[in-house]
Write a protein that binds this ligand. Structure first.
Ligand code: MG
Length: 382
């Protein structure tokens, strides 16, 4: 039994509750004063993969400057936004935080460029999906507990981590893959973590893009969400300096979309009245959502960033280099698995004996995906 002094705020009926949790793969006794989702969050924070996020690229590689977001600061911003919304809607804050902090654990070095390169390398053997890799990290690859592989997280945290999955891969995942085959929704905390991720990266990538000089305030006038907040700040604070103007604008943008998300989701929940997490899973559509106008404006911002930032030639230069590094490492370790550290070499040998080149390739992909940017660059120069 947990101490009543640690009691949590009341949860809505539709929130994830420990009493109806689908549990852990390896059953464990409860903790004296920590809840199950709190334990999940704590396990994520203490994982090796979580510490590595500080040296993994979001958009800008780590050594380009100290003020850009990394995967770690991105994950913290996602968790911050999601907890705020969870508190407003009576959702389980500890669960949503666990999902957000874990959601990018499977990301390769060099952001999406690294992932695309590894996916190409793995094409003959089922490809590489970063969401699925995040699940592999928490289910299998972290090895430090005496009684189980991975972190042995609850079903609900794992459900949130696996936010997308191909049908082909879902078929091999047991219960956690079921919703992709049956077209069910995940719990509300998982739905929220997904949108908090989008809100965080759209806004902080814009902020980082302005800081790097790859985006300009003038050109961003074409983006409704930005222009509206920018003009409001200029009206209220004539003569404001550029740094504060950008910060106040981005702050206003986040506030606008988060407020819309809370208001719209509340209306959806009032209309659908799901009385349990299973009732949420049976819904035809996600209940955590933006209003149509804000969803459209948010999508327009995302498209703008794709065109003007992610496709920018200086970001693309990094993309080309990332492909070379990831492919070079993958090919080298496929040819000579013994060149990997002992634990990975042993796994490659064992999996090769079990399932041939596919097993060996998966062990190599796990090793390369776990690398930080700087570790991959150093390994490439070896
Ligand atoms: Mg993310």
């Amino acid at each position: 039994m947990r101490s009543s002094s640690c009691s949590l705020p009341p949860l809505a009926l539709y929130a994830a509750q420990e009493s109806t949790s689908r549990g852990r793969c390896y059953p464990e006794p409860g903790h004296a004063y920590r809840g199950e989702y709190q334990r999940d969050r704590d396990r994520v924070i203490h994982s090796t993969a979580f510490r590595r996020l500080v040296y993994k690229t979001q958009v800008f590689v780590n050594h380009e400057g100290d003020h850009y977001r990394t995967r770690l600061t991105h994950s913290l911003e996602v968790a911050q936004i999601a907890r705020t919304v969870a508190g407003c809607l009576g959702l389980n804050e500890q669960l949503v935080e666990a999902i957000c902090l874990a959601h990018d654990l499977g990301h390769t070095p060099f952001g999406h460029a690294g992932q695309d390169a590894l996916n190409e390398c793995m094409e003959p053997w089922g490809g590489f999906e970063h969401n699925l890799q995040s699940l592999r990290v928490v289910d299998e690859l972290e090895r430090k507990y005496a009684d189980f592989p991975g972190l042995n997280l609850t079903f609900e945290t794992r459900e949130g981590i696996l936010k997308h999955c191909s049908r082909r891969n879902a078929q091999n995942l047991g219960a956690i893959g079921g919703r992709f085959l049956q077209r069910q929704q995940p719990g509300l905390e998982a739905q929220l973590a997904n949108l908090a991720d989008e809100i965080a990266y759209n806004n902080h990538d814009l902020d980082d893009g302005l800081r790097a000089g790859l985006l300009s305030i003038e050109e961003l006038g074409a983006v409704d969400l930005f222009r509206e907040q920018h003009d409001r700040v200029c009206r209220n604070h004539p003569g404001i300096d550029r740094r504060a103007l950008i910060h106040e604008t981005v702050r206003g943008m986040i506030n606008q979309v988060v407020t819309d998300l809370v208001d719209t989701s509340r209306l959806q929940l009032e209309a659908a009245q799901p009385d349990s997490i299973d009732a949420v899973r049976e819904q035809r559509q996600p209940l955590i959502r933006f209003s149509t106008p804000i969803a459209e404006q948010h999508l327009a911002l995302k498209r703008y960033l794709h065109q003007s930032l992610y496709q920018h030639e200086s970001v693309q230069l990094m993309t080309v280099r990332a492909h070379q590094v990831v492919r070079g490492l993958f090919e080298r370790f496929m040819a000579d698995p013994q060149a990997m550290p002992e634990e990975h070499a042993r796994r490659a040998l064992q999996w090769q004996q079990e399932s041939g080149d596919e097993g060996k390739a998966r062990a190599v992909a796990d090793y390369v995906a776990g690398m930080t940017d700087r570790y991959a660059l150093a390994a490439c120069d070896d």
